[in-house]
Design a protein around this ligand. Structure first.
Ligand code: SF4
Ligand code: SF4
Length: 377
């Protein structure tokens, strides 16, 4: 079988194991991406979660000797859930972004790529292969764009004609000279809806993202959320989907054929107050299989307090007071202090004054003082 014939076999095999799209990109350098990443670095737009070495991110030869082709794969995920529980008074709920619904996609895509690798090696035993998903050196999106999976959109996602932007991406470097796919035309045109509705102005004209301003990134940090973003987070406890849900190209796109990503409504839209009760162990037992759990319980619990304020849930004041007084984590005490200033009651005011006497942590003291000042107004 020649390479051309094997490529057709591989595409058939990929679809048979549940890979929704597969494309092939030449493994030449990514000069445009390099330029973008350099600007991102200069302007401090990066999230800090990505591979720091820009050369490695843009030069496939540094990652695999003799690399010729990068295979890009896409697997679709759902945009809607059945039986979403209502968020109501005393039962307020947060929301995990769609990319965290169901099983952690890193696990699912890595398994698919491992199956593809095994299939390739049966036919071409001396092929050299290297697969990655999200946390690898390469940019999943730059590879997918070149491999014709979709176009690189103004909301910084890859939009496919079949599944919209609701796709997970992964890739495999190979030493096999596959025929490259044809990249897609950009279909954003004059539209700029995502740029206009982003709550924090994180999207920059020309397909750049200032991750420091992006709620998806902010919900994953472990520090106090800067004040200007707290009111904008809403009930998002992990990630943000706004620039995807508003996109006209995503209208009507919903894929529920990948069972692994079927969301459990009570988990992806959890009650906020019980979330605050989790220990590391119970959090891991409950949410550990989801990608949104990768930073542990702390950012999620901090975001849960912010979401309770969003709902003006004054019933939560006693729980938030107990966090202010007893939680060993300064970020939780600081967020609780801010929340009590926002929700405000005599009880909250008294609790803040008590903690002012006992608090040792400077950042928390500043939050308490700010909350008390707000209460006096
Ligand atoms: Fe803006 Fe949310 Fe999109 Fe980030 S994920 S760019 S905050 S709309
Ligand atoms: Fe492109 Fe408009 Fe979708 Fe933004 S909202 S990604 S500009 S089509």
């Amino acid at each position: 079988m020649n390479v051309r014939e094997f490529q057709s076999e591989l595409i058939r095999y990929a679809h048979s194991i549940g890979i929704d799209k597969i494309g092939f990109a030449r493994a030449t350098p990514f000069p445009d991406l390099k330029q973008r990443l350099l600007i991102q670095q200069q302007l401090n737009y990066a999230s800090g979660f990505e591979e720091p070495d820009i050369e490695k991110r843009t030069e496939p030869l540094l990652l695999l000797d003799g690399v010729q082709t990068i295979i890009s794969i896409a697997i679709a995920y759902p945009s809607r859930m059945k039986g979403a529980p209502q968020s109501k008074k005393r039962e307020r709920r947060g929301i995990f972004a769609r990319a965290s619904w169901g099983m952690d996609y890193h696990t699912v895509l890595r398994e698919k790529l491992a199956q593809l690798e095994a299939f390739i090696l049966v036919h071409i035993p001396d092929a050299k292969l290297k697969s990655m998903v999200d946390t690898g050196e390469l940019s999943d999106r730059a590879v997918a764009e070149r491999a014709g999976i979709g176009w690189s959109a103004k909301n910084c996602s890859i939009i496919t004609p079949e599944f919209g932007s609701y796709v997970y991406l992964g890739e495999m470097l190979t030493t096999i000279p596959f025929e490259p796919s044809i990249p897609m035309e950009d279909e954003c045109g004059d539209c700029r809806l995502c740029l206009d509705v982003c709550p924090t102005g994180a999207l920059i004209e020309g397909g750049q993202l200032n991750a420091q301003r992006c709620i998806a990134f902010i919900t994953q940090t472990k520090t106090l959320v800067p004040l200007e973003y707290r009111a904008k987070i809403g009930n998002r406890i992990y990630g943000c989907d706004t620039c995807q849900t508003v996109c006209p190209k995503n209208k009507g796109k919903h894929s529920d054929h990948q069972q692994a990503f079927t969301p459990d409504p009570d988990l992806v839209k959890p009650l906020l107050l019980p979330l605050l009760e989790h220990t590391n162990r119970t959090f891991k037992e409950t949410y550990g299989h989801m990608s949104g759990a990768w930073r542990g319980k702390n950012p999620i619990q901090r975001n849960a307090i912010i979401a309770l304020v969003h709902f003006k849930e004054r019933e939560a004041i006693p729980k938030i007071i107990s966090i202010l007084h007893q939680d060993p984590r300064p970020v939780m005490r600081g967020t609780a202090a801010w929340a009590l200033g926002e929700l405000f009651s005599d009880e909250a005011n008294l609790a803040l004054k008590q903690q002012l006497e006992n608090e040792q942590e400077q950042a928390v003291l500043l939050e308490i003082q700010a909350a008390l000042t707000k209460g006096e107004k």
